[in-house]
Write a protein that binds this ligand. Structure first.
Ligand code: HEC
Ligand code: HEC
Length: 372
């Protein structure tokens, strides 16, 4: 019941966001954000940008994970022997996640960025990767600003020009030694520009076969059509992944087992939202992922436990039976909406076929989002 109410909440967000993303031309602020998003010079070894782990070729997630999902459930950092603890989600469609908060109508946490919602907005999120030792590893905000201005950075003149035009900031005068407050301000604006770019049309293509079918311009195959029907009925996926964004941005503990992968096995138990809020009732909960471009973003789950789409669907279908290892976090596991779906194998495969219709065709025609 609660879930139905959440869908209403989303409707208004979609209307808002589809208005802004209808602007195909980048603003100056977004152009600045785009330069920053692709700039590898802004990492400790000058070898990694946001796009390294959120590339269009991999549905805005990590191409390494797409190529070798069983070997690399997580991403390597600028230091290429350092690995993060969670699978990289897409940066696309993240613009539709509302700022993190408690929805008073449902009593559920909604929105935010990261698997655990710890960044409220895209701007806040963009401040993290530069400083994260297992990502771009820059050490400090001052180091990032110094790398922006470094004459060896071929974007330096354009940064100088755009910071001045967009934010009235003279980067040449932003000196960490004499003006630390200016560094903080410039770093804040940098994150703002990246967040603005991530709200551009590029990150909200709506050009998948699904969008075309909904607009009446294409037809599902019988298997895809059956998958879509199951998605909204027997398989109950729509309870948490409602179209057209395929997420309601709430949090749940699916009871995914702890990863035994060599890159993750030694990690502490990941309690997700619970540790962000310091609330044991939220332990084990992670944000509902959008399923757009899901075909391109293996492996699946916050810890990449499932290598293929079939694997995770089979888990939804059978998680309640004893064939699966214990959940990583035993508390708060959702057993009402998943775990014993009684899907046949043919039905599981139809769901896989349907999910593959959610892949954007990046040269394809854009269809306006369907508002429920
Ligand atoms: C080394 C790989 C790596 C790099 C580089 C990287 N990210 Fe990420 N990104 C991740 C991972 C892993 C997560 C999930 C982490 C978590 O939830 O704790 C993530 C999460 C995100 C999210 C949240 C998406 C969601 O649905 O919650 C956004 C947006 C994002 N990154 C954008 C960026 C931007 C912008 C940059 C550059 C400033 C960047 N990333 C650099 C790996 C990376
Ligand atoms: C009770 C809410 C709920 C239901 C019902 C549900 N999901 Fe999910 N789904 C989630 C959450 C939460 C996550 C992220 C969980 C995690 O990684 O810990 C997720 C993650 C996924 C992922 C992996 C996303 C990624 O980027 O790694 C796929 C694929 C998926 N769901 C597909 C489905 C399908 C197909 C169904 C129906 C059979 C379904 N879900 C039903 C809540 C739900």
């Amino acid at each position: 019941m609660l879930r139905k109410i959440r869908i209403l909440l989303l409707t208004s967000l979609i209307i808002l966001a589809s208005v802004t993303s209808a602007l195909a031309v980048l603003t100056l602020e977004q152009r600045l954000g785009k330069l920053l998003y692709f700039d590898r010079y802004l990492s400790s070894n000058h070898n990694q940008s946001c796009a390294s782990c959120h590339d269009i070729s991999a549905g805005f997630a990590d191409p390494l994970n797409l190529r070798l999902p069983d070997l690399y459930p997580v991403s390597a950092g600028s230091i290429t022997t350092a690995f993060g603890g969670r699978n990289a989600p897409p940066s696309a469609y993240a613009l539709y996640s509302p700022p993190f908060g408690l929805d008073p109508a449902t009593g559920l946490y909604v929105g935010g960025q990261f698997w655990d919602g710890r960044a409220a907005t895209l701007k806040d999120q963009a401040k993290g990767p530069f400083l994260n030792p297992v990502e771009m590893n820059m050490g400090s905000e001052a180091n990032v600003i110094a790398a922006l201005k470094d004459p060896a950075n071929r974007n330096a003149p354009e940064y100088q020009r755009l910071f001045s035009l967009v934010y009235k900031i003279n980067l040449a005068a932003v000196d960490p030694a004499t003006a630390p407050a200016k560094v903080t301000k410039a770093y804040d604006k940098m994150a703002q520009a990246i967040g603005a770019y991530e709200k551009s049309i590029q990150f909200a293509q709506f050009s998948s076969k699904f969008d075309a079918v909904m607009a009446g311009a294409e037809f599902f195959t019988p298997s895809e059509a059956n998958g879509w029907a199951l998605f909204n009925s027997k398989a109950q996926c729509n309870l948490c992944h409602p179209a057209p964004l395929f997420t309601d941005f709430t949090y749940d503990n699916l009871g995914i087992p702890k990863s035994t992968h060599p890159l993750l096995a030694a990690n502490a138990v990941d309690t997700g939202l619970g540790s962000v809020l310091g609330d044991p009732l939220q332990d084990g909960k992670f944000k509902v992922s959008s399923l757009r471009n899901i075909e391109l973003t293996p492996p699946y789950g916050h810890n990449g436990y499932f290598v293929t789409l079939y694997d995770i669907i089979h888990f939804y279908n059978t998680a309640s039976d004893m064939s699966w290892p214990a959940p990583e976090v035993a508390a708060n596991v959702n057993r009402n909406e998943l775990g014993n779906l009684l899907l046949t194998e043919a039905e599981e495969l139809d769901l896989v076929a349907f999910l593959k219709t959610l892949t954007d065709s990046f040269e394809g025609k854009r269809f306006a989002p369907i508002i429920p």
